[in-house]
Design a protein around this ligand. Structure first.
Ligand code: 7TS
Length: 410
């Protein structure tokens, strides 16, 4: 098995130019990868090369550049399918990101599945992107949104979850890894349990895919969504994967050019999947950048990268826990490298601002999980999140900045 010592994080760090820069006169300590990952040079170069030498629209030109761009775009669909363990590349839809992927499914379910009295089951640890679209779907159809509780460690209560599944449940939509707590949910169990009752499952993979390889075939989920910008790719590009039988059943999300087969004032027919869900000129450069990001991730030892991240998490958890007055929110036994914390009565924004002065970038706030933080009785936390390109110096700088801050405030 790979371990942290076999992972050459120094070589990996050199691939990310921003990590060698300074902010506020201090070396950058980037601990906000849960918000967005940094980009390796290969991704930056791929996007630049596209605009400099290959720029063209897709699916419509007969000229050389358009053919090249179309081929690169469609080749990324096949590459992305392989990356997430999907056998059928037509089941991969390019979206703006996780948020749009969930909205697309919520729209489809609103139009063609949900009826008054039906239930949608989510958990208490969802990002707003996996709450609000279902609230709107419920308002529009008369369906009811059910929420499975989490315990004081931030672990999903599986007994309660199972009890909430009923013959009225039309969809389970669940986060794979919590962005606010780091909890890794037992999605395989959740899917098996739901399927035993004939209920499809959407997995929000925004925070799992950056840390661990995922196979949708192995999970046997019905939908999986992710954001490219959290896996070293550009912003504004993401993936929705769905089982063919579902994607064929759901109606188009947006309409217009490129998603049609034939338009006539007497009636219009649509393309099959995936074209049906990709109206208009897509984010071509984003897809090109995502392709480079997938190549980059495929080129590193991801199992070793995960072990390295877990070693960073363990070290940071141990050292932060030793700081007097520091409380970690989210202590699940199965965690990804995310630490939410509070110190005494210091406001998390003050923690963030103090750390920023020392070049340490963390996130402070509600992390778009207001119901979850309310469950823990706090309006906000400070959050440090690690990626495989972080190192133990980053942990040291975080700990020493927090120690200094304690002296300053107390
Ligand atoms: N789901 C989860 C679990 C997330 O962490 C995020 C973004 C989203 C959905 C939405 O992703 P988007 O790319 O469509 O915006 N999470 C965060 C975060 O933790 N800090 O900034 C964005």
């Amino acid at each position: 098995m790979s371990d942290s010592s076999t992972f050459d994080y120094r070589r990996v760090r050199a691939d990310f130019p921003i990590l060698a820069t300074e902010v506020r006169g201090k070396p950058l300590t980037y601990l906000d990868s849960a918000a967005t990952s940094q980009k390796p040079q290969a991704v930056i170069d791929a996007v630049q090369r596209y605009y400099q030498f290959e720029n063209s629209n897709i699916h419509r030109g007969v000229h050389y550049l358009s053919e090249q761009a179309t081929d690169a775009y469609e080749a990324t669909r096949a590459k992305a399918a392989e990356f997430i363990g999907a056998a059928d590349q037509d089941e991969v839809i390019f979206t703006r990101g996780t948020t749009e992927g969930i909205n697309l499914i919520a729209h489809g379910f609103t139009e063609s599945v949900l009826q008054a009295g039906d239930e949608i089951l989510i958990t208490h640890m969802e990002h707003h992107a996996n709450i609000v679209p279902w609230q709107i779907a419920a308002q529009q159809t008369g369906a009811i949104l059910k929420v499975a509780p989490v315990d004081d460690r931030g672990v999903l209560d599986m007994e309660a979850f199972e009890a909430l599944l009923s013959e009225k449940t039309k969809l389970v939509s669940v986060v794979h890894v919590s962005n606010a707590l780091g909890t890794i949910n037992p999605v395989k169990n959740i899917i098996a349990m739901s399927h035993a009752r004939g209920v499809p499952v959407l997995v929000d993979g925004a925070q799992s895919i950056p840390h661990m390889p995922v196979s949708v075939a192995e999970l046997d989920c019905d939908f999986f969504v992710l954001s490219g910008h959290k896996i070293c790719g550009p912003t504004g590009i993401g993936l929705l994967w769905g089982k063919r039988k579902w994607l064929e059943k759901l109606p188009p999300y947006q309409s217009g050019g490129d998603m049609i087969e034939k338009v006539d004032f007497g009636g219009t027919t649509y393309k099959g999947i995936p074209g049906k869900f990709e109206a208009g000129t897509p984010h071509i450069s984003g897809v090109i950048g995502l392709s480079a990001a997938i190549d980059y991730l495929n080129g590193i030892d991801r199992a070793a990268a995960l072990q390295h991240e877990l070693a960073l998490l363990a070290s940071a958890t141990e050292q932060l826990s030793a700081i007097d007055g520091l409380r970690i929110i989210g202590t699940a036994p199965e965690k990804a490298s995310v630490i939410s914390f509070l110190i005494d009565e210091i406001h998390p924004h003050d923690i963030g601002t103090f750390l920023d002065a020392g070049g340490v970038a963390i996130r402070a706030g509600h992390h778009c999980t207001q119901p979850l933080l309310k469950r823990f009785g706090v309006p906000a936390t400070a959050r440090a999140s690690f990626a495989f390109y972080n190192d133990f110096d980053d942990v040291e700088r975080l700990v020493s900045a927090l120690t200094k801050m304690k002296q300053f405030f107390c």
